[in-house]
Write a protein that binds this ligand. Structure first.
Ligand SMILES: [Zn+2]
Ligand SMILES: [Zn+2]
Length: 413
């Protein structure tokens, strides 16, 4: 790739949401990386893209994939992603339409646009390269959620686009491996922030559940339906508790098991899933209220069965609600963490349960991002997907040229 590729972030350069970037090679090939939305009521979107030759989708999370159906409603596209990303993003698109309808706001695509999107996907794998003109594209596991990819584009220069990455081995996945490149596009969600040691975190989590169950309470665990809730089922695999599993995570777990090549241990996930009781009915929900552990969505308590359980348990000081991921400002989860209150469809009520927070992130922490970037040995690093890129830029500035473009800004590299 000759020395002047042009890039422009259409969204998500300086925020964790609405991610999209367009890259134009010296000979005019345009590639679009991800096309997401920022979930909200209503969601927000990236800028419209120019016509592109190819779309590369890193993974199914809506902040990366959410506007793909809209993209496909405007013109025909070829989208490179794993078959699992296609499957999971399809489920999330349908769910987004359902939620929008329930909450009374519009989303700019229809069921038939979702079908068009589904048929625009071309399956790619880490074992087989693809070509576009004279460029070769390699696919690498990102260690973030099952099916997630990093894209390596090889011309005169080597480019690596990370999407979201996790560097540590979790129960569900192996961590990301560095790839040598000249220009690195690096996500910075945890710029300036570190994670606790994973094994210690798991121990603290299990100890807390033990404490809650021993005093006669229920541990209610809200978790994201894609990857987080399955990871927690794996952590609880040998705990011996009576566990109930509710929400969209059930369907996602079954899909994961159909794509075993993306899992660290499909056998373990199968065992973990066999170990929980699936909630299929209102009667099951009542049974769950007599159990010890409830795993359910949504992760930030902004909908899903968690609100039904919390409404029943909110006055029980023996029970605990254990948050398992970052709680965004303005969400019910943030309200619960800061003020021990939950908004039940417009009525804000106090919660007397214990509230706990456990950082089971699927993103690399600051030091892990720095270590990964150095191991890729790039000359240039473009930082994105972060509301605070400064700490990461500081840590890497003596090592490579750092770029922190704003949304809409065209940069030559
Ligand atoms: Zn993600
Ligand atoms: Zn993301």
């Amino acid at each position: 790739m000759s020395n002047n590729i042009k890039i422009q972030f259409l969204g998500g350069s300086n925020e964790v949401g609405s991610l999209s970037m367009v890259l134009e090679t010296a000979d005019g090939i345009r590639i679009l990386f991800d096309y997401g939305m920022s979930p909200g009521k209503p969601p927000t979107y990236p800028l419209p893209p120019p016509p592109v030759d190819l779309v590369l989708l890193t993974h199914a999370h809506l902040d990366h994939s959410g506007m793909i159906p809209w993209l496909c409603s405007r013109r025909d596209h070829t989208i490179f992603a794993t078959d699992l990303t296609n499957k999971i993003s399809n489920l999330l698109f349908r769910d987004s339409l359902k939620i929008a309808k329930m909450d009374g706001y519009a989303i700019p695509y229809t069921r038939s646009d979702i079908d068009d999107a589904e048929h625009s996907f071309v399956e790619v794998t880490t074992s087989q390269n693809k070509n576009i003109n004279s460029y070769e594209i390699h696919f690498h596991s990102a260690g973030h959620i099952p099916g997630s990819l990093m894209f390596e584009i090889i011309g005169e220069q080597k480019i690596l686009f990370t999407g979201d990455i996790n560097a540590i081995d979790t129960r569900l996945l192996h961590g990301v491996k560095p790839v040598q490149c000249d220009i690195l596009f690096l996500e910075g969600t945890y710029s300036g922030r570190e994670h606790p040691d994973r094994r210690e975190l798991e121990k603290r989590f299990l100890d807390k559940i033990d404490e809650v169950v021993s005093r006669g309470g229920i541990a209610v665990i809200p978790a994201f339906a894609v990857a987080r809730i399955q990871e927690l089922a794996l952590i609880l695999q040998n705990s011996g508790y009576n566990i109930w599993f509710d929400g969209m995570g059930k369907k996602v777990a079954k899909i994961f098991l159909k794509y075993p090549k993306y899992l660290r241990s499909p056998e373990n996930l199968k065992k973990a899933i066999n170990n929980v009781n699936f909630v299929h009915s209102d009667h099951n929900r009542k049974m769950a209220l007599k159990s010890e552990v409830i795993l359910t969505s949504s992760g930030m308590l902004d909908g899903g069965p968690i609100l039904w359980y919390m409404n029943k348990l909110k006055n029980d000081p023996k029970s605990a609600v254990l948050l398992t991921g970052y709680q965004v400002e303005g969400t019910n989860g943030r309200l619960l963490l800061d003020k021990s209150k939950i908004d039940f469809y417009g009525v804000i009520e106090n919660v007397e349960c214990e509230v706990g927070y456990f950082d089971f992130s699927a993103h690399a922490g600051h030091s892990e991002l720095v270590k990964f970037a150095k191991a890729c040995r790039p000359e240039k690093i473009v930082l994105f997907h972060s509301d605070n890129r400064t700490p990461l830029a500081e840590s890497l500035k003596d090592f490579a040229d750092i770029y922190t473009p704003n949304n809409g800004e065209t940069v030559k590299l």
